[in-house]
Design a protein around this ligand. Structure first.
Ligand SMILES: [Ca+2]
Ligand SMILES: [Ca+2]
Ligand SMILES: [Ca+2]
Length: 304
């Protein structure tokens, strides 16, 4: 099981890709139209894996607005939370969606509607996959849906089928990936028109993977040609969440590491890193989600 300090993973009040850092987390994406995703769903990891998704509940949003969140419970390649023991209906792995709103939210699933059943339980609707080994619970939608008549054919369930989506339609669009798990979280341009994307990978795209997820940066020129791919990290979790450039064509990244990236890890769960330094603002966890470069003290880069 995760360390107690690992249990709650919070994101920002804006729209986020809210992806778990470890299995068995509560992933709380707060306000904004968020995409919620458990920890490395394409990687076989020890059971149990029970991830709890909170899409909207936001203490910093007095209006208590409801946003359109997407809960990822599968892709074209495989259903998530379906490595279960058939003796217990696959209850050793499942997601708990605490605040699914069929009027606004979407649940993404592998396969088609015919592969699933909704089963009413005392806590809400169980989403059950008809797996080759028998029924396997992939998720619980907490709450009372008796008035909304949840229907597997409705468009709030978004099915990905079983085959890869077609490649990019536009020749200028490039696809990047490895057999592992890639997450691109941020982009930037520089004054020469080069484009940077950054995030993390469990594969080996810009060097050999150091373990778990590594930080990833790819630079393209203004024509879309790949100039380089850089990958760095520790044996633990490392991911970039923010990238920005300056007027000299340098780039700067910020993110999160759970290893000894630029020195011994200081916090219990994670340190924030900025360029080649790490920071810990508390004993439990530190996280940087964005970066903004000033051209001089207090002057935004676009106003130099
Ligand atoms: Ca949200
Ligand atoms: Ca399961
Ligand atoms: Ca790593």
């Amino acid at each position: 099981m995760a360390d107690r300090n690992d249990l709650l993973q919070t994101y920002t009040p804006n729209s986020d890709i809210a992806a778990g850092f470890n299995q068995n987390q509560i992933i709380w994406s707060r306000s904004g139209n968020d995409t919620l995703l458990g920890f490395q769903p394409l990687t076989e990891i020890p059971q149990p894996q029970i991830d709890v998704f909170i899409g909207d509940v936001a203490l910093d949003d007095p209006a208590l607005r409801q946003w359109s969140d997407t809960f990822i419970l599968g892709d074209w390649n495989k259903p998530y939370y379906a490595n279960g023991d058939p003796q217990i209906l696959g209850l050793n792995d499942f997601a708990v969606v605490t605040d699914f709103n069929p009027a606004l939210d979407t649940i993404q699933l592998n396969g088609t509607a015919n592969n699933y059943q909704l089963v009413n339980t005392v806590v809400g609707e169980a989403l059950v996959l008809q797996n080759s080994t028998g029924p396997d619970v992939v998720g619980f939608l907490l709450g009372d849906y008796s008035n909304s008549n949840l229907n597997l054919q409705s468009n709030y369930f978004k099915y990905q089928g079983f085959t890869p989506p077609p490649g990019p339609v536009l020749p200028q669009v490039q696809q990047l990936g490895s057999p592992g798990y890639e997450l691109t979280t941020t982009t930037a341009t520089d004054p020469l028109g080069n484009v940077y994307i950054a995030g993390g990978t469990t594969g080996s795209l810009g060097g050999e993977n150091a373990g778990s997820r590594d930080a990833l940066v790819v630079k393209y020129d203004s024509q879309g040609n790949t100039l380089w791919t850089k990958q760095f990290g520790t044996s633990d979790f490392d991911t970039i969440y923010g990238i920005d450039t300056d007027n000299q064509g340098n780039f700067y990244v910020a993110g999160i590491t759970q290893g000894d990236l630029a020195g011994p890890k200081q916090a219990v769960v994670s340190d924030a890193f900025l360029a080649n330094r790490t920071y810990a603002t508390g004993t439990a966890r530190s996280q940087f989600y964005s970066i903004y470069v000033l051209c001089q003290s207090g002057v935004p880069r676009g106003h130099c």
